[in-house]
Design a binder for this molecule. Structure first.
Ligand SMILES: *Cc1c(COP(=O)(O)O)cnc(C)c1O
Length: 364
């Protein structure tokens, strides 16, 4: 039986990428050495690294106003790193409380002696992202931090147009490479770890605006960040400041190649919307209750409940018998969460929607 693995992250890789990684694992460069063993200062690895940087620029559609680096951190390290590159103690920074990850980012800012203004709090339900037109974003804020897709709660901003002029900082960990409407002109910084939309755990990308680059370098130094934590030093070293996570970078390289070969973000976005259409199509009936309000639904994380917790459990158990795994809802939310990132095929989404239909006709 085929396994349909809808984990929120780490997540299913595209089948073609998994096959290629297996094929190339032990002799990656045709010299009888695995990427896991090769020196990161070797010609072969440097080529792989340069190509990965170029591909990421290209596939993520990063304009020439911005630069991109790979870091050996996860998204959570960036909560603290980004604020230390973009602000000093006492500065005003704006945050939104839209979910578990947004909250942890806010808490790190609050613990760093910043004047943190929460411009929107969606709690306790966290099923809506509010109306940005109503937000009072202080003009002096160094940035407005937004979690583009709330992975746990299954909410996502329908547009990234926000009122005012305060620069944006975007956590795109579960959104990068799946939507093209990034307001680049206004965006100072984007970060995303790889294990959701473009790779496996162990690396992340940071995208920084050229205009603020030197200032960010100086601010990080003033905030006493060490050299290896400075985005600008990592960028200067072409993302090989210290020994990089060579295997995750290799997987990201093959993933980026794959995305490019099937049509880039344009295709990723189309497929994400298509998968979402299939699953929300089932949620929209009487039987399932979707968590997110309709205009703020995530295109990657489908969160819903059935009539009773017992029925939720039965749904998860029956799904498992059909090869559908890792769909139990987050502990604070309960219910069901099926996560479908760029690696999930349309067929797999179809299979899940069909299962939902069958379950409803049996128990509805
Ligand atoms: C998964 C996730 C994180 C945490 O990522 P790590 O790489 O595990 O630190 C942060 N933000 C969002 C939106 C996520 O989906």
């Amino acid at each position: 039986m085929t396994t349909h693995y809808f984990s929120p992250g780490p997540a299913t890789l595209p089948a073609a990428v998994r096959d290629l990684v297996k094929l190339e694992l032990l002799d990656t460069f045709g010299i009888g050495v695995s990427v896991m063993e090769i020196s990161h200062r070797s010609k072969h690895y440097e080529q792989l690294n340069d190509e990965t940087l170029r591909l990421a620029h290209d596939v993520f559609e990063v304009p020439s106003t911005h630069r991109l680096l790979f870091t050996p951190f996860g998204a959570q390290q960036h909560f603290s790193l980004l604020l230390n590159h973009l602000s000093r103690p006492g500065d005003t920074v704006a945050y939104t409380e839209t979910g578990v990850w947004a909250h942890l980012a806010t808490v790190d800012a609050q613990a760093s002696e910043r004047n943190v203004v929460v411009v929107f709090d969606g709690g306790p339900k966290l099923n809506s992202l509010g109306n940005p037109k109503d937000w009072k974003i202080p003009e002096e804020a160094k940035y407005l931090h937004l979690t583009v897709n709330n992975t746990v709660e299954g909410t996502e901003y329908p547009t990234l147009e926000f009122p005012g002029k305060v620069p944006l900082v975007l956590d795109m960990t579960s959104a990068l490479a799946s939507r093209r409407d990034i307001p680049w002109q206004r965006t100072d910084l984007i970060y995303a770890s790889a294990q959701k939309n473009f790779g496996i755990a162990g690396c992340s990308v940071v995208i920084l605006k050229n205009d603020i680059f030197e200032q960010a370098r100086a601010t990080a130094k003033k905030n006493l960040l060490g050299n290896a934590l400075n985005y600008c030093s990592i960028f200067d070293a072409k993302s090989i400041l210290n020994t990089p996570p060579v295997f995750p970078i290799f997987v990201a390289n093959r993933y980026l190649h794959w995305m490019k070969s099937v049509g880039g973000i344009e295709t990723m976005e189309k497929w994400a919307l298509e998968r979402a259409r299939m699953v929300y199509g089932e949620i929209d009936g009487e039987f399932y209750q979707g968590h997110a309000i309709e205009g703020h639904r995530s295109r990657h994380n489908f969160v819903f409940k059935l009539k009773t917790p017992e029925l939720d459990s039965l749904f998860v158990a029956e799904a498992q018998k059909e090869g559908i795994l890792e769909i139990k809802g987050y502990r604070t939310l309960g219910g069901v969460r099926a996560s479908m990132y760029n690696g999930i095929s349309l067929e797999s989404a179809q299979y899940f929607a069909q299962f939902m239909r069958q379950f409803r006709s049996k128990h509805g």
